[in-house]
Design a protein around this ligand. Structure first.
Ligand code: ATP
Length: 308
């Protein structure tokens, strides 16, 4: 008997170059069975390339990908059956209905009819697509389209699910519904790796890896990561924007600044708010302390790495 692998998914020093672009530069992380792990990072960070490597769709230049302890390019049927993938551009048949798309994918997975019917009914119910089975895929909203893609990717009941930016281009209500679905699957014992460019989604994962330029910047449980943030976050309101930005740029305590609607959000070195406030007061601007978010954490770590 072989022992079960400790990690459901493992990326060990993944490296991949496309021409002059180094998409992955030694990316490593592991996802435990039953975990909801978020790979969070901006566009171009290497998230899609990492997911493709784990799905066995990519020849790596260096490093190893493992799914349930197996090389996904050599694991054959065992890996194929265990793994579900929802790529960013999931190719549903746009001129087929919701029900026809599900049936098409069930044939790909060679599911017996009874099994298909039971699973499709359950997936349609939990995605709340059961009222739209006759609607063509090209007439679905962005959120409904993603949910149908998710249902198709789940038809063969994978133990491990890879989702590439499932909430990209989806309205806030559908985003929340998609995350609720992922939590349900994880409660049912599935391992889920999800990539997202939205920093605010990091808090919905049991563990996150912040990715930038093909490497992991930071990894951990969301709350613990935020608690470990050294900088204090503030919002700056009032004053002439240009003058305020110039004053902030001159303050060494200000470690990062980014627009937040009509305001500015800044990360300040511990205890550094006093001098910043003093510099802003003559300009008619002030500071308000806010709860740090993942964006603050990301910017702080980028700056420390000398990448921002
Ligand atoms: N097939 C390819 N050919 C050339 N360059 C590629 C290819 N795939 C990815 N890249 C490049 O590798 C880098 C990482 O891309 P990747 O798609 O993995 O990032 P990402 O984090 O998923 O972001 P996005 O949301 O923009 O896809 C980018 O600079 C991208 O342009």
């Amino acid at each position: 008997m072989t022992a079960a692998p400790a990690a459901a998914l493992e990326a060990r020093g993944l490296a991949k170059r496309f021409g002059a672009t180094e998409a992955l530069r030694g990316l490593s992380f592991a996802v435990a069975p039953g975990e909801l792990y978020g790979l969070v990072g901006p566009d171009g960070a290497g998230k899609t390339t990492a997911l493709r490597a784990l799905a066995g769709l990519l020849a790596l230049d260096a490093g190893e990908a493992r799914v349930l302890g197996k090389d996904p390019r050599r694991g054959g049927a065992e890996v194929r059956e265990a793994l579900g993938l929802m790529p960013q551009q999931y190719s549903l048949y746009r001129d087929l209905t919701v029900a026809e798309n599900l049936r098409f994918f069930s044939r790909l997975y060679v599911l017996p009819r009874r099994t298909f019917e039971e699973r499709a009914a359950r997936l349609l119910a939990i995605t709340r697509l059961d009222r739209f089975t006759g609607r063509r895929a090209d007439a679905l909203s962005g959120g409904m389209y993603k949910k149908l893609a998710l249902a198709c990717a789940l038809l063969h009941e994978p133990r491990v699910l890879l989702l590439d930016e499932p909430t990209n281009g989806v309205d806030p209500v559908s985003r929340r519904e998609l995350w609720a679905l992922l939590h349900q699957f994880v409660e049912g014992g599935m391992t889920v790796l999800v990539s997202t460019p939205y920093m605010d989604e990091a808090e919905r994962c049991s563990r996150v890896g912040l990715v930038h330029a093909g490497r992991l910047l930071l990894e951990g449980a969301p709350r613990a990561l935020l608690d470990g943030l050294e900088e204090e976050a503030y919002e700056v309101a009032g004053g002439d924007r240009e003058a305020v930005e110039a004053a902030l740029a001159a303050r060494p305590e200000v470690r990062a600044a980014s627009p937040a609607g009509s305001r500015l959000r800044i990360d300040v070195a511990p205890g550094g708010a006093g001098p910043v406030q003093a510099a802003l007061a003559p300009l008619g601007a002030g500071l308000r302390r806010v709860t740090p978010a993942f964006e603050d954490l990301f910017l702080s770590r980028l700056r420390r790495e000398g990448a921002a």
